[in-house]
Design a protein around this ligand. Sequence first.
Ligand code: ATP
Ligand code: ZN
Length: 324
Amino acid sequence: MDAHAFRGAEAIGGAGGLFARARAQPTYLDALLSAGLLIESGVPGLYGRSAVFEAIGDGLNAAITRLGADQEAEVLRFPPAMGLADFETSEYLKSFPQLAGTVHSFCGDERAHRRLLARLEDRQDWTDQQAPTGVVLTPAACYPIYPVIARRGPLPMTGKVVDVLSYCYRHEPSLEPTRMQLFRQREYVCLGPPARILAFRQVWMERGLQLATALQLPMELDVANDPFFGRGGKIVADSQREQKLKFELLIPVNDGEPPTACMSFNYHMDHFGALWRIGLADGGTAHTGCVGFGIERLVLALLRHHGLDPARWPQPVRETLGGL
Ligand code: ATP
Ligand code: ZN
């Protein structure tokens, strides 16, 4: 985890309520809220979006679809939740217990309902009256597809590409607008033999740079790691960096902060293939990789660099977004 979430969490915990500003100067978040591009909900990292914000996101998605037109990708869309059994198989809780969000509901009888209402009335905690529903919020857009592909049986040796888009949940409340609790990831996921995944990732790193260039955004590509939990997690993160399994395309967005990861290019080796038993035609285990576009982060980068009114953006940028 980088410094953003930590600093945000400190500010949130401080005196003055949820949205107490850590700094006296108006922030980028303040500007977005006053322009009505994002709409406050009272919860850090949970925002409404205006029509303008959504139109930019739609333009990005369409541009990404055009970039991926040659991938013969199967389009799969899921609601932003997964079943508990699939979530357990993913071993997400081993690596990122701090980020996961589970759905709980009231499942009691009338007596239990009276107890629930009494708790509310007395302004006591009522959430322990809720029980797990067996539903978990999707942590990354590609997660729901692995069990689906696994159930279909072995993949051809050429592998395949899947196109996904989902709201994702991560419990990382922050005052930086780029670090939300619910945000969209558009991904292309490649499943197949290792050489196919590496070639796929190389192609997408080039296309990611191409897209950022067409959008006239400053960028750098760098090796990265995921925010693995705990002391053991540091060893895993170091090894991920050493093996160059994750690259990020970074764009400066937040005031006085290091640049923000707006796209990521991941090689999972046989991690998901082995967990889900995704096989290849020759009996081997499929390797997987994905390219992830952070839709909100890219919208925020565009608004940051070209101004809060897309009507005044450079013409070529508007054209890249489908004539916004
Ligand atoms: P970070 O290192 O900044 O936490 P990440 O590397 O964990 O991000 P990935 O898991 O690779 O992110 O997710 C793919 C993309 O989703 C990221 O490149 C980013 O654009 C976007 N993303 C990730 N977390 C958030 C978030 N909390 N809010 C908005 N977008 C996010
Ligand atoms: Zn992914």
